[in-house]
Design a protein around this ligand. Structure first.
Ligand code: PEP
Length: 220
């Protein structure tokens, strides 16, 4: 089984109808969730709060997402961690609440370049994964921060090593994310512990996203 998810970030993204029939998850901005659900796409939010409601300006809750027909959410994306100060503790609370409410979760982990160069990759992954509990609706995305939106990709071997390590900590599927494109997807999907991809930039282009989905399907 290979899972491909497209993170549209804060971009409007493609016409959801053009993606109909694709075996993939889309994570559009909040304003496009309804359109994606209506087009029959498996739709995830890009974040979710741990409380069902309350005075949390700018946040959205799991029951609100479920009411829209949303299936799941990303949690702990490195852009949330780096630019908006999200912590492991917050990621744990968001993940637990979303799962408890009935959503699926893709929880993102990954080291910075500085941490990799200081040989801290495993320690960082251990810390980030240790706050999560195994769950049938939980998937982890390994996204080395230095590979996100930079055009740098972990080699298939680097991804495999990190994925095997994560799976030794938690027995859940692990997606790779970080500049996945049609021309590097096959090599990544060939790795035994790469269970799919979380795709950012390339998911905004329908042809690229479709090609990545096809590469995933020919592996599974
Ligand atoms: C992401 O946003 O999760 C991501 C991996 O982005 P990109 O594919 O653009 O590196």
């Amino acid at each position: 089984m290979s899972i491909v998810a497209g993170n549209w970030k804060m971009f409007d993204g493609p016409d959801p109808h053009a993606l109909a029939g694709l075996d993939a998850i889309v994570c559009p901005p909040y304003t496009r969730l309804r359109d994606c659900v209506a087009a029959g796409l498996t739709t995830y939010a890009q974040n979710v709060h741990w409380e069902p409601e309350g005075a949390y300006t700018g946040e959205i809750s799991a029951p609100m997402l479920l009411e829209l027909g949303v299936t799941g959410s990303l949690v702990g994306h490195s852009e949330r961690r780096q630019l908006f100060g999200e912590t492991d503790e917050g990621v744990a609370r968001r993940t637990a609440a979303a799962l408890e409410a009935g959503l699926h979760v893709i929880a993102c982990v990954g080291e910075t370049l500085e941490q990799r160069e200081a040989d801290e990759t495993q320690a960082v992954l251990r810390r980030q994964v240790s706050v999560l509990d195994e769950h049938e609706r939980l998937v982890i995305a390994y996204e080395p921060v230095w590979a996100i939106g930079t055009g740098l990709t972990a080699t298939p071997e680097m991804a495999q090593t990190a994925h095997a390590f994560i799976k030794s900590l938690l027995d859940v599927p692990v997606l790779y994310g970080g500049s996945v494109k049609p021309d590097n997807a096959t090599g990544l999907f060939e790795q035994p512990d790469v269970d799919g991809a979380l795709v950012g930039g390339a998911s905004l282009d329908i042809d690229s996203f479709r090609a990545i989905c096809e590469a995933a399907r020919s592996r599974s």
